[in-house]
Design a protein around this ligand. Structure first.
Ligand code: ABU
Length: 352
């Protein structure tokens, strides 16, 4: 066996920008808004610039079909670049129970929310939404396959998600309490040994502590406070390449920027081009337009509607692969959300 073969890892991704080799893209099939998930309501009620869907149950077939059509165009483009694309299985659970509550399921459209890859390890995260409790089942066949080929695969302790987690006290700004670790994987962005973790309605401080304990001394998890209180980090801070980040001007400023990132150059995103393709209320804020996916340090998949952003990136030497995802905001995920990079060419490094 050659040396290169010996060091090959089927799962290997240390940051947001190394050259991409294999990726999972979620599916819109069976997309639905759960009707029994009380946690969904608690987070919606606390959200500021995030609108939650007014529908309950299945999304219209047209939205699902058009989204799968848009995704297949992206798959085609990525395949031309020799990037391997994998898809989850379908998932639909009308009713499931734990000892404490019952719910129906969300949909495996955003692998970025429920799984993270840190180095050679796939981590299933302890998600905040009850309806997403079993969502990683859609990826199980893939993960068994990756594990058989040498990947590490772990899951965070299953949270109980009892009512008390969502009972907001007066002193509390966030929708969730802090008595057990909970976080969505999309609360994280990775820069080698440094992991930035958004403390928000979709990730509490104990979640950051659990992640640090699981990753050990080779990594530093930086809990980011007072940055954005609703869900997920990937419409707030986008790491483009070592030394360069894209920031949401409505949420990020010099004071709340995590300390290590103060040394990097910051591009503030221009105003987003707002669009609403269907008559349905979107789940995501207009800032989903900056939810981009780096294929390498010099190539990004970006929402095709965002022409000012595309120009800004091109001026910085980043080429753009425009991606039209007509119902991205309606279904709640852009290019970063609906993907999970499984393998990038690169090693664990220190960027600070
Ligand atoms: N996962 C991105 C959702 C956050 C937002 O809509 O701003």
């Amino acid at each position: 066996m050659s040396e290169e073969k010996d060091s090959f890892q089927i799962v290997n991704s240390h940051n947001e920008w190394d050259p991409l080799e294999e990726i999972i893209i979620g599916t819109a099939l069976n997309a639905r808004i759960p009707s029994q998930d009380k946690s969904f309501k608690a987070l919606s009620d606390n959200a500021h610039d995030l609108l939650f869907s007014d529908i309950e149950g299945d999304f219209p077939k047209k939205i699902i079909d058009e989204t799968e059509e848009d995704i297949s165009i992206l798959i085609n483009e990525l395949t031309k670049l020799d990037i391997i694309v994998r898809r989850p299985s379908q998932l639909k659970m009308d009713n499931f129970k734990t000892p404490d509550w019952s719910s129906d399921s969300f949909y495996p459209y955003c692998p970025r929310d429920v799984i993270t890859v840190i180095g050679e390890t796939l981590i299933e995260t302890p998600n905040v939404f009850r309806s997403r409790y079993f969502e990683t089942f859609a990826y199980r066949d893939l993960f068994v396959e990756y594990m058989k080929q040498g990947a590490r695969w772990i899951s965070a302790p299953k949270p109980r998600l009892q009512d008390t987690l969502y009972e907001k006290q007066e002193s509390q700004t966030l929708a969730i309490a802090n008595h057990e670790p909970v976080f969505d994987a999309a609360n994280i962005v990775r820069a080698g040994r440094d992991i930035f973790y958004l403390v928000s309605d979709s990730g509490n401080e104990l979640g950051a502590q659990w992640l640090q304990s699981a990753l050990g001394h080779n990594y530093q998890v930086h809990p980011c406070q007072d940055l954005y209180s609703s869900v997920h980090i990937d419409t707030t801070l986008v790491l483009l390449r070592p030394g360069l980040l894209l920031a949401n001007p409505e949420r990020v400023n010099e004071d709340n920027l995590p300390d290590p990132l103060k040394k990097w150059d910051i591009l503030y995103a221009p105003d987003m081009i707002e669009y609403q393709y269907s008559e349905l209320k979107p789940i995501s804020s207009p800032w989903l337009g900056m939810n981009l996916l780096m294929l390498s340090e010099s190539l990004a998949v970006v929402d095709s509607f965002q022409t000012p952003l595309i120009k800004l990136l091109e001026d910085k030497g980043i080429d753009v692969l425009p991606f039209t995802l007509r119902h991205g905001r309606t279904l709640g995920g852009g290019a970063h959300c609906i993907t999970l990079d499984v393998r990038r060419k690169g090693e664990l490094e220190n960027y600070f």
